[in-house]
Design a protein around this ligand. Sequence first.
Ligand code: APR
Length: 276
Amino acid sequence: MTSTDKQSTDLKTIAARIKSGSITRIVALTGAGISTAAGIPDFRSPTSGLYAKLAPLRLPYPEAIFTISYFTHTPEPFYALARARHPGNLKPTLSHAFLALLAKKGLLQFCFTQNIDGLECDAGVPSEKTLWCHGNWKNQHCHKCHAEYPDELMKKAVRDGEVPYCLDEGCKGAVKPDVVFFGQPLPAEYEEKEKLVADADLMLVMGTSLKVAPVSQLPRKVREGVPRILINRERSGDLGNRPDDVCILGACDDGVKELAEELGWTEELEEFWKTV
Ligand code: APR
């Protein structure tokens, strides 16, 4: 069951403002929690999260698996788990479909995702309205000489759980998908796009523990007085500290259903989800 922590505004009021057209520039921020229902484990959930399952790999610390300084000498653990992070051919969740429906209705100003599964775009969120803050699997390069690496060979390496190496005989560096590892810069366009947050008239934060900067700081850039909705199993970041915050605590898809209900979009969302 979801529960809505009341603040000085509430879901009904926000939904009414969306329906009346007084909210039209919604900025979304998503994390691994919106893809768990699609079958991709998140990172920090106590038992089911990826970081709870790394013991056999004997890492110095869990995030080492996504840290560039560790990958350069020990890429094996990343590929031992790559398939779980990028199984391919998954159906977007109701939450992904809701974001795509917002875009279809001209209400989605922008979507910042921390995920690399691409399910927002698979659901229909336009790529020009999406920033994959932590990169993506679309391409892969040698981490040493940055030479491109063929998609088919990468797919085989992920499937087999084996490290792919650069095809240049003189290099033979380990190949890495264009995912942003700890210790690497975010995409160049991040700085430009984050300015959109200051222009938002609603922020929707879904399925993230907000533990990793700078993305975790985005909700703080929302202007005072602008509502922020958190849909997450538990509180995260500073969501719930402002009078205009609304926290829907529980499963993302349940929280999305609650919001869709207030908007009168229940049937439309269900029908739309069937098409993605
Ligand atoms: N419904 C609602 N909340 C959920 C669900 C669900 N079905 N599944 C998980 N959650 C919540 C968890 O309780 C947690 O608060 O989603 C959040 C996921 O948090 P993390 O596992 O920390 O994932 P995320 O916030 O995306 O991590 C950010 O950390 O390791 C890096 O680069 C990686 O992009 C990732 C970043």
